[in-house]
Design a protein. Structure first.
Length: 564
């Protein structure tokens, strides 16, 4: 399911859109009516691959990601035994794709006799029907145009996209030069219609940061940019990779991207979870650091394949298990929470229930939760969603070449995923779990998380400081002192957006003034003040922060210690 919140529009538009999509897809739909099955293998015995030669099946970037995080290559990394696949082909079945983490394969055949022969192979332990393609029934909605432009005083020309980045205090990281460079994001979606022509992606293409595309939805894959595919992925991609000065700047405009089609939008069958798992394995193998999945599953067109809420334990659904594997391989998965809040299925979907990933809910421009945003907890009692980002009237790229707005956790997830790339770029030696932990701790309700809002709206500048060893000493009501205490060279003070004016003093134990400064904030986001004390002697000092230089109203007082 594409996690998108639909705006109402006329019956005429729906009718026209139906026939356009119908005739574009009809040839493909009726040419692929064979049943598809997942077959489970018993082992990986006698494989020509070994964990001692991972370069034969993993990219160097994938190997390096594991090495950085002290993750061992193990049997789950080994490809499915190619001899098993060859024997299935000899029987007349078609291999759609193997799944090494599950040690099986998705195959296609219209012959019960061929299927029986496959099941009688000694290395096949079981099978599961995953779908039969049927006529189109789902339609996408149009994206609303933007009428006015929001002005930004920041160095990047954010335009109307400023709010969705500023909400996460992402401008702070961007202005420090962290815009996702050298990070790789794999985007899972239903298609990226015309994004190869959209001018907001000129920088992505011209700088060779579009690393490639892959389609897991058809036996004969089509171009993911084909106009007949979904434009949903185009909108999602724009929130991260877009760069249209004065209109839209994505949260990770300098990152590298893989565009992967795992969702067939017109139908909903269990095979899409297997497609998702295949996409995840591929993303791992090519060295992706982050996956954004604006997709979610719960019920299907074939009701016998439906999940129950008891399955929301992070280890039942195929895609949730694959998401957990991604975490174990050192990646970070950002998943839309879903848009079913208030429905008969109000909970998050799959793979949003997975552990060790970031599940993202939706708030509006004023940081209030949106009614459609799916909630937790999981069946085993874990908090979901993890965090929130803007998902109502998010600024996106439209497949018709324009910039507009659209709504859904489909967009809150990639907005956040791009900032994850910037944060990891700033802290390249940190493990995926450390990055996720810092993001959660930076949330505006991190001290009292709940299953509607998670840990709240993250502050990525705060998360950056946490990862750099700066710890919260005293929250108080207004100011947080972030430097580790004792500190070595700098003390760092975090000012929330609400504090516009203040006056800082640092004195030694004899009352000698060593530093003072009036702080006047003009930004509309949280602010960090770094005070260089590299040339001061080791010892005890006193930090005081007043409302103004009259020193009549003290906001903060702390003893701080400098050491080598």
């Amino acid at each position: 399911m594409i996690a998108i919140y639909t705006f109402g529009f006329s019956l005429l538009k729906k009718t026209v859109l139906f026939f356009v999509l119908f005739f574009l897809f009809i040839g493909r739909v009726f040419s692929q009516t064979d049943d598809k099955f997942y077959v489970q293998f018993t082992d990986k015995n006698n494989s020509p691959f070994s964990i001692q030669q991972p370069q034969l099946y993993l990219s160097q970037k994938s190997i390096d990601r594991r090495a950085k995080q002290s993750i061992s290559i193990n049997e789950s990394d080994l490809p499915v035994n190619p001899n098993y696949l060859a024997k299935i082909k000899q029987l007349g079945a078609t291999i759609l794709y193997p799944l090494k983490w599950m040690n099986g394969a998705v195959i296609q055949t219209s012959s019960p006799q061929i299927l029986d022969s496959v099941l009688n192979l000694s290395f096949v332990s079981s099978n599961k029907t995953v779908n039969r393609i049927r006529p189109i029934k789902k339609l996408e909605e149009i994206i609303e145009p933007i009428s006015t432009e929001k002005q930004s005083n920041s160095t990047l020309p954010y335009g109307n996209s400023l709010n969705q980045i500023e909400m996460l205090n992402g401008v702070c990281l961007h202005e420090k030069g962290f815009t996702g460079s050298a990070m790789t994001i794999a985007v899972f979606d239903a298609g990226f219609a015309k994004s190869n022509l959209h001018t907001t992606f000129d920088s992505l293409r011209n700088n060779n940061r579009l690393l490639g595309t892959k389609d897991f939805t058809f036996l004969n894959p089509i171009d993911v940019f084909d106009p007949s595919t979904s434009g949903h992925g185009t909108a999602v991609l724009g929130t991260m990779a877009g760069y249209s000065p004065g209109n839209l700047v994505g949260t990770a405009p300098s990152a590298n991207y893989w565009l992967i089609r795992s969702e067939y939008a017109p139908n909903e069958y269990l095979i899409e979870e297997y497609n998702w798992a295949a996409a995840a394995e591929f993303a791992d193998s090519v060295g992706a650091d982050i996956i954004n999945s604006s997709l979610g599953y719960s019920t299907f067109d074939d009701v016998t394949q439906n999940h129950t809420m008891q399955d929301l334990n992070g280890k039942t659904s195929v895609c949730s298990k694959a998401a957990l594997h991604c975490a174990r391989k050192g990646m970070i998965v950002c998943s839309s929470a879903g848009n079913s809040g208030g429905s008969s299925w109000p909970k998050v979907g799959f793979p949003a229930d997975a552990d060790s990933i970031i599940t993202v809910g939706a708030v509006d421009a004023n940081q209030s939760i949106v009614g459609f945003s799916s909630v937790g907890p999981t069946a085993d009692g874990r908090i979901k969603p993890d965090v929130m980002a803007q998902g109502l009237a998010s600024v996106v790229a439209n497949s018709n070449g324009a910039i507009g707005t659209s709504s859904g956790t489909s967009f809150s997830s990639p907005i956040l995923a791009g900032m994850v790339a910037c944060l990891w770029q700033s802290n390249p030696t940190k493990k995926n779990k450390e990055i996720i932990d810092a993001i959660r701790k930076s949330g505006n309700i991190a001290d009292s998380p709940n299953n509607q809002y998670g840990y709240g709206i993250p502050d990525f500048c705060k998360a950056d400081q946490l990862l750099k060893g700066m710890v919260e000493i005293n929250l108080g009501n207004e100011i947080v002192f972030y430097s580790s205490n004792p500190f070595t060279e700098k003390c760092v003070i975090y000012f929330p957006n609400e504090i516009k004016n203040s006056y800082i003093e640092i004195m030694d134990v004899n009352g000698k003034l060593l530093f003072n400064e009036s702080i006047i904030q003009t930004q509309n986001f949280n602010y960090l003040k770094e005070i260089n004390m590299i040339n001061t002697s080791n010892g005890v000092y006193f930090l005081k922060i007043y409302k103004d230089n009259s020193k009549s109203d003290i906001l903060f007082s702390k003893k701080i210690v400098k050491i080598n």
